[in-house]
Design a protein around this ligand. Sequence first.
Ligand code: SAM
Length: 189
Amino acid sequence: GYRARSAYKLKQLDEDADLFDSGNTVVDLGAAPGGWLQVAAEAVGEGGTVVGVDLQRIDDLEDHDVETIRGDMTEERTRHYLREAVGEGGADVVVSDMAPNMTGEYSLDHARSVHLARQAFDVAEELLAPGGDFVVKVFQGEDLDAFREDVGEEFEYVRTVSPPASRDSSSEVYLVAKGLLTAPVEAGD
Ligand code: SAM
């Protein structure tokens, strides 16, 4: 079984958007307790690499060789550890299920969610190899469209998905961005 019901959301996203291939390197942000790590590790197989980061400690996954980092993704030193763990080859897929502690104040929760999602976007741009994919959870609200546009500029396409497994908490959606574009060569001046 999976550690978190959210595992089924990632399975669904993978089925719809064909995220993981065997042998891939996957980065999972906001990975505790580890449901997504289990799904990613199954999908990439023995030859793959999965690295998870969370503020919370993640108990070892018995059946899978997954590296975990305890840290805050808004801090540079956590990103440093993550870069080291991923190595030179970069990542094929970056997924983020990060969510803020809910205050119940809708606009504040939304703003914090978008802030975390933008952190994940930065990390994705930094770590993904060209052609890589990015999935990020974000709460719906006024800043979502602008965020989606920014993501869309860096990938072949971006879709907004509400997996059936998450329809109970209706304010969250996932942006699924496929195919990181290579930076255009700057014209000399
Ligand atoms: N995908 C996970 C699974 O399947 O087990 C569930 C993730 S849970 C919905 C969201 C996680 O985001 C929480 O464990 C929380 O600690 C983490 N998180 C929130 N802010 C974070 C931050 N700044 N840095 C790292 N993790 C963060």
